[in-house]
Design a protein around this ligand. Structure first.
Ligand code: UDX
Length: 403
């Protein structure tokens, strides 16, 4: 950005008239957040569409990068035509993005594919020209198909994770190990090796929102999208699966020091949207726990919802501070700073080395060797006490939830 800014090819402005007035193409990339009923909020798109209609003075292609329900681009085009001030040609094309948080630049410059959605040759040619220098595979489809590709791709990935989490829960019950199972699956090119990590559930700004939005779109069209519904349901339960296991293991959380390692929905971002921590920390606080939370970047955002003075929560600068004297530890995010904590540190620092790992950071054997009681996702529990093992390894709490 600095290079292009210095070369005069990049300008920033808050004046939309200046930006839109004589543009050949305008890309819309505003948010489409989830509404309480699961539908996408299109008010930001509408605001921009109206500004464009009122300011453009020459023929222009409007490109929607925002994730919008199928059919929205038709409406955006109509909306712009309705409010158009000057007599110019405007078309709207769909060009969904597939950026993940923390890797947006790489995901742009080295995208797996560019999706172009338009039914007009003029728009298609212009987008081909724009993307030519990227030298990436281009898939040109109808506008509605492009809109659908974005949801179908995101929801497929969400489904893949929920599927692995479902299998992981079954692995625990039947004595298999989800990491070995995933490895065995990954060599099949039809399955692929990515997004097979069982976890405490997917979060973030896309998967939770886009699964609900597609489910909503299906219902609106009189169709039940059963696979996506199942992915949502599995994910909802998965987020508190370790809390349920711990509740089953401990008589009470009241007065216990609980170390929470990781607050954000994944590493490399300070985003808390739909993060498992936001489901679990309130439950722990309600049950009287003293929560000591560590996250390399997420604490400031978490503090805004759970300030230290108001809640029984303390934010610490190092994982070790959270672990020191703790009765139980939950791991919600696989930050490298958390992965760097050695198994023996849990044994050494915690009052009782009892760890619930939602990201399968540690090997079963290393935790066993370190003398840590260790519960993770889709793997056998490491429990010294035989009575606890029969109670928790094939987790009855989880069985209840299945029933
Ligand atoms: C995602 C998509 O990857 C991206 O293409 C789309 O444009 C936006 O949504 P993002 O939400 O930033 O990007 O994160 P991603 O890395 O995909 O992870 C999403 C969630 O899934 C995280 O909570 C992550 O922890 C979880 N996840 C991911 C798993 O639980 N297991 C996996 O194997 C992979």
């Amino acid at each position: 950005m600095q290079k292009n800014y210095a070369a005069g090819r990049l300008r920033f402005t808050t004046d939309n008239t200046r930006a839109y007035k004589d543009a050949d193409a305008i890309f819309i990339g505003v948010g489409t957040p989830e509404q309480p009923d699961g539908s996408a909020n299109l008010s930001y798109i509408a605001t921009v569409a109206r500004q464009i209609a009122e300011t453009i003075e020459k023929d222009c292609l409007v490109v929607v990068k925002s994730t919008v329900p199928v059919g929205t681009n038709d409406k955006v085009e109509q909306f712009i035509h309705d409010f158009l001030v000057h007599d110019v040609k405007v078309e709207v094309a769909s060009n969904p993005e597939f950026l993940a948080q923390g890797t947006a630049v790489r995901d742009t410059l080295e995208a797996a594919r560019i999706i172009i959605g338009t039914d007009s040759q003029w728009a298609e040619e212009m987008l081909m020209k724009i993307y030519e220098p990227f030298n990436l595979p281009i898939v040109s489809v109808s506008r509605r198909s492009a809109e659908m590709i974005k949801y179908a791709a995101n929801d497929f990935l969400a489904l893949k994770i929920s599927y692995m989490n479902d299998i992981a829960n079954l692995c625990e019950l039947v004595g298999a190990d989800i990491q070995d199972v995933a490895r065995g699956m990954s060599f099949d090119e039809r399955i692929g090796s990515k997004f097979l990590n069982a976890s405490i559930g997917y979060g973030g700004s896309c998967f939770p929102k886009d699964t609900k939005a597609l489910d909503y779109l299906a219902r609106q069209n009189g169709y039940e999208l059963r696979t996506v519904k199942a992915a949502i349901a599995v994910n909802n339960d998965q987020k508190t699966i370790l809390y349920k296991k711990a509740s089953n293991r401990l008589i009470t959380f009241d007065g216990l020091k609980v170390a929470v390692l990781g607050l954000t929905f994944k590493p490399g971002t300070d985003d808390l949207r739909e993060a498992p921590s936001l489901e679990n920390v309130p439950l722990l606080l309600e049950r009287g726990a003293h929560v000591y939370a560590y996250d390399p970047v997420g604490c400031d955002n978490f503090k805004q919802r759970y300030p230290e003075g108001e809640y029984n929560i303390k934010y610490v600068d190092k994982p070790e501070e959270a672990l020191s004297g703790a009765n139980v530890c939950f791991i919600f995010t696989e930050w490298s700073e958390i992965k760097a904590v050695q198994p023996k540190e849990y044994k050494k620092l915690m009052r009782t080395p009892l760890v619930y790992d939602g990201r399968n950071i540690y090997g079963i054997e290393e935790m066993q060797d370190a003398g840590v009681e260790y519960y993770s996702i889709g793997r056998q529990a490491v429990v010294e006490n035989k009575d606890l093992k029969s109670n928790n390894s094939y987790n009855p709490g989880h069985r209840q939830y299945i029933a």
